[in-house]
Design a protein around this ligand. Structure first.
Ligand SMILES: *Cc1c(COP(=O)(O)O)cnc(C)c1O
Length: 456
């Protein structure tokens, strides 16, 4: 048998020229977005004040199986793609496991995460449409950074509403975005009606993604040359992220490898949806037995403890309704949670796949996540993002299980980014001041109470 190299490479020619639209392969499609006023499926006209036209078209398209990646986007992708698919030989050795562990490494671009894969197309389409500005939110900061890079490249103005607690924990993220020319506003802010309302109720709030989204949408709809862009949750974002899975599958195919277990961390679902896309297509058609695992933080457990219901995407309840696993748009995760994966809901495609039993979900506590992060850093050398480390944690657990069972399982996980801006969290872990917070049923009930009661 040929020895599998440490890195499996694709050439530029071999990289995908189309994205894969997972929904088009599903018999049971995700429920449509609903207009919150009429409760009818949202139309392109409904979405037009908020999103770019091409993104709307992609968002509403659940039948085209593949969508061409425009040349102008492929050219930017070439700067940092294909990303490496790495065999984690050193981690395997440390775990003394018969399992083969692979990771797809999305952290090599300056934004430090997979987010750039969708930031580039969203900025590209906005520019093509003649828009001048975009607004967005950012939690941990990776999406804001990716959008800042994309907007600098295509010459667009950008306002980033950054969740207040992240802005405080990660000032260097803010400086990085500003270096690329973005305006960064800690959220909630007094620059929007929504922000002022939230501050009035709770002046010391640490902020949330839902709240930052409300502020960004409010600002975008005020101008006809400005639109809002979102880095996760929506299906057009999953579409763009399918590049991750497509490259991975092509690289595996070169060596005749098919992974048994595919693991991704899950915030709003974009990297997980992108990584699993082509493998899930095989599963849906009965051509694969692969097992898929979504890993979320115990402090924000939308799949494992949430409700499958129509809910708003934001705190101010202004977005279309999305049928998804949700903790309620009013849910605010505990501020001791170290960044990322804090969103109250989950992408609708992944939610449907989870409801239909195609996907397993697990939640893990953050100290255990950092145990895995540090093990990974020490063995593979890369300092992983806390978000990515949720996936590492599950991969390590699966490798240990394989050892006990004496099974040569092939485990793939998505290494979504690097953790250089998360040193406060690493410091807490190293100094043993990091704590875990698992919301009580009462905490969750308060969030559930904010899910709209609708009769369809
Ligand atoms: C944003 C982010 C995530 C989580 O977002 P998804 O949309 O669920 O993928 C995970 N890892 C990193 C590094 C991120 O920046």
């Amino acid at each position: 048998m040929t020895q599998i190299p440490y890195k499996i490479h694709l050439t530029e020619d071999e990289t995908p020229k189309q994205w894969l639209n997972l929904r088009a392969f599903m018999k049971n499609k995700p429920a449509p977005l609903l207009h919150p006023g009429t409760l009818k499926p949202a139309t392109a006209d409904d979405l037009k004040p908020v999103f770019c036209d091409e993104c709307i078209k992609q968002e509403l398209d659940d039948t085209s199986k593949y969508i061409d990646i425009p040349q102008g986007i492929l050219e930017f992708y070439k700067g940092y793609r294909p990303s490496a698919l790495v065999r984690a030989y050193f981690l395997e050795k440390a775990l003394d496991t018969p399992a083969e562990i692979y990771y797809k490494y999305e952290g090599t671009n300056t934004s430090g995460s997979h987010k750039l894969n969708s930031a580039i197309p969203q900025a590209y389409y906005a520019k093509k449409e003649g828009l001048t500005s975009l607004t967005t939110e950012t939690g941990a900061g990776q999406w804001g950074t990716a959008m800042s890079m994309a907007c600098a490249f295509y010459g667009l103005n950008l306002i980033v509403y950054m969740v207040k607690v992240s802005a405080q924990q990660k000032p260097y993220r803010k400086y990085l975005m500003e270096t690329y020319g973005a305006k960064v506003v800690p959220s909630p802010s007094d620059t929007t009606e929504t922000g002022r309302k939230i501050l009035e109720k709770d002046p010391n709030t640490s902020g949330s993604l839902g709240c930052a989204i409300s502020e960004a949408v409010e600002t975008a709809v005020k101008s006809d040359k400005c639109r809002y862009v979102l880095g996760s949750v929506l299906n057009h974002v999953l579409l763009h992220q399918s590049i991750i899975g497509l490259e991975t599958k092509l690289a595996f195919d070169k060596y005749g490898i098919s992974p048994d277990i595919i693991i991704g961390c899950a915030g709003g679902g974009s990297n997980l949806g992108g990584l699993i896309a082509p493998f899930m297509v095989d599963k849906l058609s009965g051509n694969s037995n692969a097992h898929f695992i979504a890993v979320e933080p115990a402090s924000c457990p939308s799949l494992t403890r949430g409700k499958f219901a129509y809910d708003f995407g934001d705190t101010a309840q202004t977005t279309p309704l999305i049928k998804m696993y949700t903790l309620g748009s009013g849910y605010i995760p505990s501020s001791n949670h170290a960044g990322g994966l804090r969103y109250h809901g989950m992408n609708s495609t992944l939610s449907q796949l989870y409801a239909d039993g195609f996907l397993e979900a697990r939640s893990v506590e953050q100290t255990k996540v950092f145990d895995a992060a540090v093990l990974f850093a020490k063995t593979e050398g890369i300092l992983p993002a806390p978000e990515s480390s949720h996936a590492i944690c599950a991969a390590v657990d699966e490798a240990k299980k394989a050892k006990l069972a004496g099974e040569k399982k092939k485990i793939l996980f998505g290494l979504t980014g690097t953790g250089y801006f998360d040193m406060t969290a690493y410091a807490q872990y190293n100094e043993k001041t990091m704590s875990d917070y698992i919301p009580s049923d009462e905490d969750l009930a308060r969030g559930f109470a904010t899910i709209p009661q609708i009769d369809l």
